[in-house]
Design a protein around this ligand. Structure first.
Ligand code: GLA
Length: 675
């Protein structure tokens, strides 16, 4: 496919046209005899890409500026000889003990003032000059040595920036925060205005008076906290860019990336970060106990693809079975491994990788699953790993193909940061909960979703949902308004468009950023008691958690409150704006009520709802001439669907019957002409 060729020119996984399969490999934990066995087993399983060196700083730099590449030289040679490509990690998520002993000021400090110790892994103060210098130095050495190594086809910087901690309140961070603020505001007058420091008499007269928003007697200045979030994401990004540029000096064409945690990292603005990586890579772990965890997986995969601008991305880590860090680490059931992997692949991943190849015997992760578990090659997990490798080897034709979505959900991390601050009108205002509720309803209808930033071009979407968009800046508001006036269909859930960039309530009645487009004004927020529900008329069901005293200006009321504090007032509205439509729902509706609301919005926008059998995930990746349709059955009942015209089974090559049955807990992949 032409797309893949184009991407091969420096922006995607170079080399052979195969689905990349493998995972993190930590050879420093094993002897040479085990390496040889591992490589044999990797070949047997179809592994063709491993991430190496992610936690091996002390092995390659045992003392400051003394380097020893023996182990990496050997393992890279062995992997290369076995035709297994390497994604070389920079080891900067785990500084050596000598680093901490020599540079104690690099220890991160929590908001509560606790200085964290070492002996684990994770981030240092991202603003420590010693850390930045040492991280770039070891990266530069690795890049100089392996920048043109034939086995090293791409680079993996650091590990999960932002986890397990991100913001640090140490002295270096405070100093860097002041510099960042000077860059953003220029003058103290501008900062004082943006932060509204007249409130509680917080006005600053000198830059040196400004601190990080550490734990205080009461609620800290919320604009300051929001800016500290932005600063932290930027400080971590500077660390990534410094390492990336050091690699680039020695490896001019190899893709360089770092592993994101798309919907699961509270501290990083991935929209901004995605512009800096050559290819988006994502880690995803199931919330084991949730029975709908496959829906959350899809949401993560759709956000990964959206961060990648629709281009293919890498599933850098997921697990073959249980993890070790949740309260109850439920093992994956038979077939779940393949269903999970294929769901990521169906949603645009061109590589399927796991944490990790061989299970560790020592350390914090010894109870985490792996491709090769402690039980070895007789285990069910290993057999499923081998089977998946064989299946993926037949899907090379899908590489580089694209997932098409006609419907989008607005995802704004800045808005989520702001809403998560204290003293909101109700603890029930929870962006994650609303995002999941809307996404899950759309998933069940078989609607493929892109995520978009408020400033993104929206005109290509038939419908755009904003389930929780509390903070909306002027640019985003204008963009959304022009989408609707140009003919788009927008649906907004409550407590959206309330504040601007600095968490300041926009002038006049709420929602200041969306008042015109929605054609209404909120006279007063009317949060509900914990178990209180309100009845809506016209068959719209029941609301909970939240209601509002809505005054329509130009909108039409589709439903009104029959009960509760807003009885008699509009609850669900629709406003004709320009040539488009803007819907608003002012209370929390769930289940069938939410699905019915969403279905009405989609119908009005002309979106055809597939309505697949319950639990059946259907996603299509389309290339220039062929498309791959993935049917993944998350129910234990078999499902039967119409096959696409002219389809054949992607794994067996045999022609598909007019109807295809997908066994319970199983999957089918059909290839058909694009049409
Ligand atoms: C994260 C890390 C890995 C490993 C896994 C375990 O994703 O990046 O190093 O700890 O979690 O689930």
């Amino acid at each position: 496919m032409t797309m893949y060729t184009q991407l091969e020119k420096g922006t995607f996984i170079p080399g052979r046209r195969e689905v990349r399969y493998g995972g993190d490999y930590n050879p420093e934990q094993w002897n040479r005899e085990t390496w040889l066995e591992d490589i044999e087993l990797m070949r047997h399983a179809g592994v063709n890409l491993v991430s190496v060196g992610i936690f091996s700083w002390v092995m390659v730099e045992p003392r400051e500026r003394e380097y020893d590449f023996t182990f990496l030289d050997e393992i890279l040679e062995l992997l290369g000889a076995a035709d297994i490509d390497v994604d070389l990690g920079t080891p900067t998520a785990a500084p050596p003990a000598w680093f901490w002993a020599k540079y104690p000021d690099a220890h991160p400090v929590t908001r509560e003032g606790v200085r964290l110790g070492n002996g684990s892994r994770g981030m240092v103060s991202p603003s420590s000059p010693e850390y930045r210098r040492a991280a770039v130095a070891v990266t530069e050495q690795l890049a100089a040595r392996y920048g043109s190594h034939p086995a090293v086809i791409m680079w993996h910087v650091h590990n999960e920036y932002g986890a397990p901690i991100s913001d640090s309140y140490d002295d270096y961070s405070v100093a860097a925060f002041r510099t960042w603020l000077e860059g953003r505001y220029g003058t103290l007058e501008a900062l004082n205005a943006a932060w509204g420091t007249a409130f509680w008499g917080q006005v600053y007269g000198e830059w040196s008076e400004i601190d990080a928003p550490r734990l205080s007697a009461s609620v800290s200045n919320q604009a300051q906290r929001l800016d500290f979030q932005r600063f932290t994401s930027d400080a971590l990004l500077e660390c990534f860019i410094a390492e990336r540029d050091a690699i680039r000096r020695h490896a001019p064409t190899a893709p360089i990336t770092t592993n994101f945690m798309a919907t699961n990292c509270p501290s990083i603005d991935y929209w901004k970060w995605a512009k800096e990586v050559d290819i988006v890579a994502n880690d995803h772990y199931l919330v084991a106990e949730r029975l709908d965890n496959h829906v959350l997986l899809s949401m993560d995969a759709d956000l990964s693809r959206s961060l990648a601008g629709g281009r293919p991305w890498i599933l850098m880590e997921h697990s073959t079975s249980a993890v070790n860090w949740q309260p109850r680490n439920i093992a994956k059931r038979r077939g779940e491994l393949a269903r999970n992997s294929l769901a990521h692949f169906a949603r645009g991943a061109d590589a399927v990788l796991f944490f990790q190849f061989r299970a560790s015997r020592y350390g914090a992760e010894k109870f985490h699953s792996a491709m090769l578990p402690h039980a070895g090659t007789s285990s069910r997990v290993w057999k499923e790993v081998v089977q998946l490798g064989a299946d993926l080897s037949r899907l090379g034709g899908a590489l580089g193909s694209r997932v098409q979505a006609r419907v989008a959900i607005v995802w704004s991390i800045e808005s989520f940061w702001a809403l998560d601050l204290e003293w909101r009108p109700s603890v029930e205002l929870n962006h994650r909960e609303r995002q999941e509720a809307f996404y899950a309803a759309l998933w069940a209808m078989g609607v493929t979703i892109d995520f978009v930033h408020p400033s993104h071009e929206l005109s290509g979407y038939d419908a755009v949902f904003a389930p929780s968009l509390y903070l909306l800046d002027a640019e985003g508001a204008a963009n959304i308004e022009s989408y609707v006036s140009g003919g788009g269909t927008l649906a907004v859930s409550y407590f959206s468009g309330i504040v601007g960039t600095n968490d300041e309530v926009l002038p006049g009645a709420s929602p200041g950023a969306l008042r015109e487009v929605l054609g209404l004004e909120i006279q007063e927020f009317l949060p509900l008691r914990e178990t209180e529900t309100v009845v809506l008329d016209n068959g719209f069901g029941t609301g909970s958690a939240w209601s509002e005293d809505v005054l329509v200006t130009s909108a039409e009321a589709l439903a009104s409150y029959e009960s509760g504090p807003a009885a008699g007032q509009p609850a669900i509205t629709r406003n004709r704006h320009g040539s488009g439509d803007a819907w608003y729902v002012s209370t929390k509706i769930d289940g069938a009520d939410l699905s019915a609301f969403i279905a009405q919005v989609l119908e009005s926008a002309g979106v055809v709802i597939g309505a697949p059998p319950a639990g059946l995930e259907v996603v299509t990746r389309a290339g220039d001439t062929e498309q791959y349709t993935f049917f993944i059955n998350h129910s234990s009942d078999a499902a039967t669907v119409a096959s696409p015209t002219g389809a054949r089974d992607a794994l067996t090559g045999s022609a598909a019957a007019p109807e295809t049955t997908i066994p319970g807990d199983g999957f089918r992949i059909l290839v058909s002409p694009v049409g």
